[in-house]
Design a protein. Structure first.
Length: 232
C-alpha cells in the first residue's frame, strides 16, 4: 500500500486478493517457539494450538478448527456461543487476539519455510515432530470414522425397533393362508323365481258429479241504506 489515507487503506484491505490476505492472517508465536524457530510470527493454519489472550475467552487454549481468509477470522475449538434456541455456534476470533503455542507441521511447505537458516539439529527436530503429528492425525481420523460407523449402526437399530407391529402381522397372515388353504364350497344354482301373473286392472268408478247448490228459498232481497228493499 502506497497511500497513507485511511480510506484508501480500508479500500485496499477490502479488495485485496487472497494471497495477500493470507499473509495478514498471522499471529505471534510463544516465547519458546520464537527461540526455537527464530521467528516472531507465522500465518495461522488449521490444526495449530493457540491461546486466546484477549476478550471473553481469555486464557482458553485449544486447536484452530477453521480459517476464513475472506473475513480474516479464525474459529477455535471450544470458543462457542449459545443461541436462544439452545444450539451452539462457533465464535470467530481475529488472529491478532491469539498466541500460537504449537505449530502444525504436517504441511511440507511450512516445514521448508521454518527450516530456512536453522541448524541441522533444529531441522531434525522439526522432521521428527512432523512425523509424530502425522501419526497422531491418522489415529484421530480412524477413531473418527469408527465413531461415525457406530453412530450409524445405532441409528439403524433404533429405526428397526420403531417399525409398527401392524407390518409384522400383515407379513404373518399370508403365510398362514398358504400353509392351510381353505376348501372352496361349491354353491348350488338357485331355482329360477316364479314369474308373477299380471293382475287384471279393475275399471275405475265414474266420478260423482257435484250437484249445484240450491239457492236458499227464504233468502231475503238486499236492502238499501234507508232499510227498504230494492224491489220496492
Amino acid at each position: 500500500m502506497n497511500s497513507r489515507q485511511p480510506r484508501k487503506q480500508r479500500k485496499n484491505m477490502h479488495n485485496a486478493p487472497l494471497h495477500h490476505r493470507r499473509k495478514w492472517l498471522a499471529s505471534h508465536l510463544a516465547e519458546d517457539l520464537i527461540v526455537k524457530y527464530n521467528k516472531r510470527s507465522m500465518p495461522v493454519v488449521r490444526g495449530d494450538t493457540v491461546k486466546v489472550v484477549r476478550g471473553n475467552f481469555k486464557n482458553h487454549v485449544d486447536k484452530v478448527r477453521e480459517v476464513d481468509l475472506k473475513k480474516q477470522l479464525i474459529e477455535v475449538e471450544g470458543v462457542v456461543t449459545t443461541k436462544v434456541d439452545g444450539s451452539k455456534v462457533p465464535r470467530p476470533i481475529h488472529p491478532s487476539n491469539v498466541l500460537i503455542t504449537k505449530l502444525n507441521l504436517t504441511d511440507p511447505w511450512r516445514r521448508e519455510k521454518l527450516e530456512r537458516g536453522l541448524s541441522e539439529e533444529a531441522k531434525k527436530e522439526i522432521e521428527e515432530e512432523a512425523k509424530r503429528q502425522i501419526e497422531e492425525e491418522k489415529l484421530e481420523e480412524e477413531r473418527r470414522k469408527q465413531e461415525e460407523a457406530r453412530k450409524a449402526a445405532e441409528e439403524e437399530a433404533a429405526e428397526e425397533e420403531e417399525k409398527p407391529e401392524e407390518q409384522v402381522e400383515e407379513e404373518v397372515e399370508p403365510a398362514e393362508e398358504m400353509a392351510e388353504p381353505e376348501e372352496e364350497v361349491k354353491e348350488e344354482p338357485e331355482a329360477p323365481a316364479e314369474e308373477e301373473e299380471p293382475k287384471a286392472e279393475e275399471p275405475e268408478a265414474p266420478a260423482e258429479e257435484e250437484e249445484p247448490e240450491k239457492e236458499d228459498e227464504g233468502k231475503q232481497p238486499p236492502k238499501n241504506l234507508n232499510g227498504k228493499s230494492i224491489e220496492e
